[in-house]
Design a protein around this ligand. Structure first.
Ligand code: ZN
Length: 170
């Protein structure tokens, strides 16, 4: 049993415990507080987006606002609408439950629809997820790198001005 399936196993009884304890009780708050970080770590992402986001044209810069798309929301959309997986298959790939996947996917579509309709930019950033490899983006040349080992410089331009995109536990 690997670590994530172990936590999955734990999550079910904890869920029941929380239901047992009456709402508003401080113990349920304590349980939720301790459960959240581990549970949220399950989201697995295979592919980082190759860009930082999108900008609409025909909108004056001073009026340009943005919506935020989390990496896991991008991944949900990629798996369901680009890879054409069923929500069940996509949820399995991300190591999350089907309802959690549906929530991420719906939120991704709503955010993108909002950007399209209201003429907003889309910034892809943030989220809580794990990856099998290391992801970096160069702040100089904007290259996205996926590496098996940690690196300190950009493969493309040698700059050390790179940021790590994945949420690797220390
Ligand atoms: Zn670079």
């Amino acid at each position: 049993m690997n670590r994530s399936s172990f936590y999955h196993f734990l999550w079910i009884p904890f869920n029941k415990v929380i239901k047992f304890v009456s709402a508003g009780n401080e113990w349920s708050a304590v349980f939720i507080f301790f459960r959240m970080p581990n549970r949220r770590r399950f989201r697995r992402i295979n592919t980082p987006p190759s860009m930082e986001g999108f900008k609409p044209f025909g909108v004056p810069m001073r009026e340009l606002e943005s919506v935020n798309l989390l990496y896991e929301e991008f991944e949900a959309l990629r798996l369901a609408d680009y890879e054409d997986l069923t929500q069940e298959e996509a949820a399995q790939k991300m190591n999350i439950s089907r309802p959690t996947f549906t929530r991420l996917y719906d939120k991704a579509r709503k955010n993108i629809a909002k950007a399209f309709v209201e003429g907003k930019a889309i910034i892809i950033q943030g989220g809580t997820f794990i990856t099998d490899d290391y992801w970096y983006r160069c702040e100089e040349c904007h290259e996205t790198m996926v590496t098996g080992e940690p690196v300190t410089t950009c493969k493309n331009c040698d700059s050390d001005n790179i940021i790590q995109l994945d949420d690797k536990p220390a």
